[in-house]
Design a protein around this ligand. Structure first.
Ligand code: FDP
Length: 342
């Protein structure tokens, strides 16, 4: 943790600008995108903080494209991000977990060279019980020729991301991001409304302390997944057992494990035969970030960042965290039938 003096804090804006200097050809557009996401995050943080005070809790009644009931804050957060980003001239299109189709840039605004994908409020089923939730985002460069982004621009493998990160709305609000130059964390100082550098160059431990998995699905896991979990718990094989910690809010689980070390797993099961989590809005950005912190992420048979997406709302099994723990998962799961076609 960085010890800032009150007079020498590093704001996220300053950090982003200083990072940009490593790229002499940079136009500042990517820095602008990151700053815009940080602004949207502050607005969402404000709504999340007020959630218990105003009557915006509970289900909004509509269902999103995944067939899940939307919370009001999902809808609000989605709108906040779209409105913060659509007019800047830096993006050629957006894709959100909450929208079935690509979100185009309105005709009245200029288009830019980046595409933004995001999950505006992940873990939203936890909002009613005051458990941390998060925003996850991913940025890729537009590769198609026209003005507006096309589906193919969004369907690039995660290895092509130029920036990614998450915001955790917890006991404090943190913004953690990477542009491929390490993973860096900023904590929101609400008194001045700025994200301040608090966790520069995060390195996740090589072997972890925590195992995060919803083991109520255990009866439905296949044999290799069951064996992996038993090994991680130290009841099979000769590994030291990990501590089980599962919030059920992806950003909170990944954030804790990023700092403390460990593995988060969401295997496939018969209810979610391709896993539950979304490749583009969840797995890819978190994989980029965790790899930058020295960790790893796989779907069980291959590195998440190498998966070629085929649909916007594609799901994937996910094993993410400390290198040694994810390495064990790769070994144990090799040949697991659940992964065929994942
Ligand atoms: P939620 O349904 O509350 O939005 O991606 C969605 C997610 O939460 C993740 O944040 C979380 O890790 C996972 O689902 C929890 O799923 P289970 O309840 O099946 O464990």
């Amino acid at each position: 943790m960085l010890q800032n003096k009150a007079t020498s804090v590093v704001t996220i804006e300053r950090f982003i600008i200083e990072e940009e200097r490593h790229f002499p050809e940079a136009t500042g557009a990517l820095s602008g995108v990151l700053n815009d996401v940080a602004l949207a995050a502050k607005m969402i943080a404000n709504k999340v903080r007020m959630a218990g005070l105003v009557d915006i809790l509970g289900s909004h009644g509509s269902e999103n494209v995944q067939g899940e009931v939307q919370q009001k804050l999902d809808v609000l957060s989605n709108e906040i991000i779209v409105k913060a980003m659509d007019h800047t001239g830096r993006l050629a299109g957006m894709a959100s977990e909450e929208n079935a189709e690509i979100i185009p840039i309105p005709d009245k605004f200029r288009c830019g060279k980046y595409c933004l994908m995001f999950d505006p409020l992940d873990g939203s089923s936890n909002i009613d019980v005051n458990v941390p939730v998060g925003t996850i985002f991913s940025v890729v460069a537009k590769t198609s020729k026209g003005k507006n982004a096309t589906l193919d621009d969004f369907l690039q493998p995660g290895a092509k991301q130029v920036a990614a990160g998450y915001v955790i709305y917890g006991s404090s609000t943190m913004f953690v991001y990477t542009t491929g130059q390490g993973a860096h964390g900023f904590t929101l100082d609400p008194s001045i409304g700025e994200f301040l550098l608090s966790h520069p160059d995060i390195k996740t431990p090589e072997t972890g302390r925590y195992l995060s998995v919803n083991d109520s699905y255990e009866p439905q896991w296949d044999a290799p997944v069951k064996s992996l979990m038993r090994q991680l718990r130290g009841v099979e094989g000769n590994r030291k057992s990990l501590n089980v910690r599962y919030v059920g809010s992806l950003v909170a689980d990944v954030h804790r494990n990023l700092l403390g070390g460990g593995i988060f797993a969401y295997p496939a099961n018969p209810k979610s035969p391709k896993g539950k989590l979304r490749l583009l809005y969840e797995a890819n950005p978190l994989a980029f970030l965790v790899e930058q912190a020295g960790g790893a992420a796989i779907n069980g048979k291959q590195r998440i960042l190498d998966v070629q997406p085929t649909e916007l709302h594609q799901r994937t099994p996910l094993y993410i965290g400390s290198k040694a723990d994810v390495g064990l998962a790769a070994k144990v799961l090799a040949g697991s039938p659940e992964l065929v076609g994942a």
